[in-house]
Write a protein that binds this ligand. Structure first.
Ligand code: FES
Length: 173
């Protein structure tokens, strides 16, 4: 047969597969990258049943790091012992947690200075001089209520909107 004609048929077949794949792939890509307004309304459900007092987990919420921490009674009293008026961003632990669930500190894991992820949520990580979180980028130190206590960060770690669905499940957003 004519070799040039076979080449043409092969190229045409490859091009056709290419078009087919493109049609299939595009909707998938769109699903994996929700538009900004969809993302802004998304919620995240978190199982907190395995987080023991003194432990925290790092997860994500609207593509940002999120820390969920189960404070020990000692960490709660350390936070409560601070004179609120002495704070750069004055807030009580009570104001940063839900009624009757003061041990659950839920914050974004985003330093309010320039947005690095502070240490302290992971097992064995440096919690800094105030026992909460420590940002290694420029040394901001947060206390056990996630409040800024030292370093350049202007504000406390942000507490997102969330609700307890039960004692063990939280919906953030
Ligand atoms: Fe955390 Fe600068 S980004 S101290």
């Amino acid at each position: 047969s004519d070799p040039r004609r076979r080449d043409f048929i092969n190229i045409a077949a490859v091009a056709w597969i290419g078009v087919g794949a493109g049609v299939v792939v595009l909707p998938l890509v769109n699903q994996m990258n929700p538009s900004a307004d969809v993302l802004a309304q998304s919620t995240t459900e978190i199982d907190i049943s395995k987080i023991e007092p003194g432990q925290a987990i790092k997860t994500t919420f609207r593509k940002q790091p999120l820390f969920v921490r189960n404070l020990t009674p000692k960490e709660i009293s350390e936070a409560d012992a601070v004179a609120v008026s002495s704070l750069r961003d004055p807030q009580t632990l009570e104001e940063r947690t839900k009624t009757g669930k003061k041990n659950w500190l839920i914050t974004l894991g985003v330093c309010t200075h320039l947005g690095c992820v502070p240490l302290g949520a992971g097992e064995g990580e440096n919690k800094g001089p105030f026992g909460g979180y420590f940002c290694p980028c420029h040394g901001s130190a947060y206390d056990t209520a996630g409040r800024i206590r030292q370093g350049p960060a202007p504000r406390n770690l942000e507490v997102p909107q969330y609700t307890f669905n039960s004692d063990t499940v939280v919906t953030v957003g």
